[in-house]
Design a protein around this ligand. Sequence first.
Ligand SMILES: NC(=O)c1ccc[n+]([C@@H]2O[C@H](COP(=O)([O-])OP(=O)(O)OC[C@H]3O[C@@H](n4cnc5c(N)ncnc54)[C@H](O)[C@@H]3O)[C@@H](O)[C@H]2O)c1
Length: 254
Amino acid sequence: MDFKDKVVLITGAASGIGEGTARLFSQHNATVVLADQNVALLEQVAASLPAERTWAKQVDVSDAQAMKTLVQEVVDRFGGLDVLYNNAGIHHQGDVTRTALEDWNRVMAVDVTGVFNGCKAAIPELAKRKGCIINTSSVSGVGGDISMAAYNAAKGAITNLTRAMAIDHGRQGIRVNAVCPTMTASGMTKDMLADDATVKHQLDRVPLGRIATPEDIGKAVLFLASDYAGFVTGVNLAVDGGVTAANGQPLYEG
Ligand SMILES: NC(=O)c1ccc[n+]([C@@H]2O[C@H](COP(=O)([O-])OP(=O)(O)OC[C@H]3O[C@@H](n4cnc5c(N)ncnc54)[C@H](O)[C@@H]3O)[C@@H](O)[C@H]2O)c1
């Protein structure tokens, strides 16, 4: 895979899956635009990538005007946009009764409206270069979890938005797909993965028997962004070690 002369915009690029994916795109010769609200981490990641093919910009994806400005700046700087990877996201623990309205609203603003804002700003530019969109949904966007009401609702929205946008924008030559990771080592899961019981419960459910790395997810993103996926659109690709292959019954021989 070679992304030479391709311009790739990645949100949530300062940490975890976004960072790992940005590094992979960069290793495969892409020009990479790193967007994140965490400016300190963003600068660290940017400094470790080739200066001539890297640009970092602080942005809050929930801010529609900021996303519009960002896309315009990318086009002014690099001449166009080929890949939008909507990856920034936040998590919130709690069932509906234990989710404050402001927490619900913030999860929706970042995880759902953030994707909407990125797509709305980028589609006119992607259409010019027959580009593509990849969203980070989750296994939590294809089934329910315990005590993740807002996150399940948000990722479920992304799963179906991915399908809807694939239909709406296919004739413009824009492919729209999503990756659906299971638990992946990142900033978001650092505390969970520090707890042995949580790790054991997770590993019991993963046929491939390990926690995902950001690169596991990033490799699937690169595939979806590449010509190898030229006839693939509207797909929510499980990158989950087999978690969603199960029907829910216990994964042990009795
Ligand atoms: N880690 C997992 O187990 C897992 C599993 C499935 C899906 N995901 C999804 O993967 C994506 C990446 O998360 P991660 O696990 O790498 O976590 P992470 O916390 O390491 O990275 C998320 C990044 O998004 C940035 N971000 C958060 N809100 C933002 C905003 N409003 N504007 C701009 N940037 C913002 C953060 O600063 C951070 O750098 C998220 O959408 C998450 O829901 C994660």
